[in-house]
Write a protein that binds this ligand. Sequence first.
Ligand code: ADP
Ligand code: ADP
Length: 221
Amino acid sequence: TPVIALNDVRKIYPLLSGDVHALDGVSLEITKGEFVAIMGPSGSGKSTLMNQIGCLDVPTTGTVSIEGQDIGTLSDYDLTALRRDSIGYIFQKFNLIPLLTAYENVEYPMLLRYRKYDDTGRVQTLLDRVGINAALAAHRPSELSGGQQQRVAIARALINEPAILLCDEPTGNLDSKTSTQIMEMLADLNREGRTVIMVTHDESTAEYADRTIRIQDGRIA
Ligand code: ADP
Ligand code: ADP
């Protein structure tokens, strides 16, 4: 079974000005361990597609299956559990909490997840894995470079050791040298067996992927 399968997925936003067909019959399969890039012009449906793959939204029609489960048949509770246990999310703007230190940005979601403070050193282990030492981890996001912030965000995404990493323009706010470092890190995580799905505007970033899916007007081009 593919880790992710979409079958004739349509997403229609009904607007007063007329329906927007953000996804217009998308079918695709992604195999476990693949590294897939999604490219396409602004407004072509990339975010909508990522929201479907990430179980953040349900299709108007068609089916989305994650690890063989049709997400349309899951309760909200089970859908939340699937998101929490199987998927890590990485964003262009890092989405760190500004008032928390880098350490706390990883610790806090772990606290929410396990309902107790980590006493095993796992927070710093995750941060070390992405090259954020204890001294850096004591800083707030505003005191870190963009690359360092994205490393913290990657550590946060790895809390549950997710099988799938969804990355929405992970290097969109980074210079090219830093982008390369972050992409090497995503490539390592992929080599460990994780499925990586990434939206990018940048052809050189897409070269890290095994396959590029091009979206145009809500369809696979
Ligand atoms: P991309 O990520 O490729 O820029 P999007 O998936 O964000 O494209 O958008 C695809 C189309 O759907 C666009 O026309 C956009 O305006 C529209 N759209 C996206 N989200 C919404 C929404 N919540 N409500 C109405 N229209 C939306
Ligand atoms: P990006 O290109 O950075 O991914 P977008 O501009 O495509 O961001 O969309 C950001 C968010 O705004 C999307 O997740 C979508 O839900 C929402 N959005 C996009 N277009 C519209 C729209 N026309 N109406 C309402 N919400 C929209």
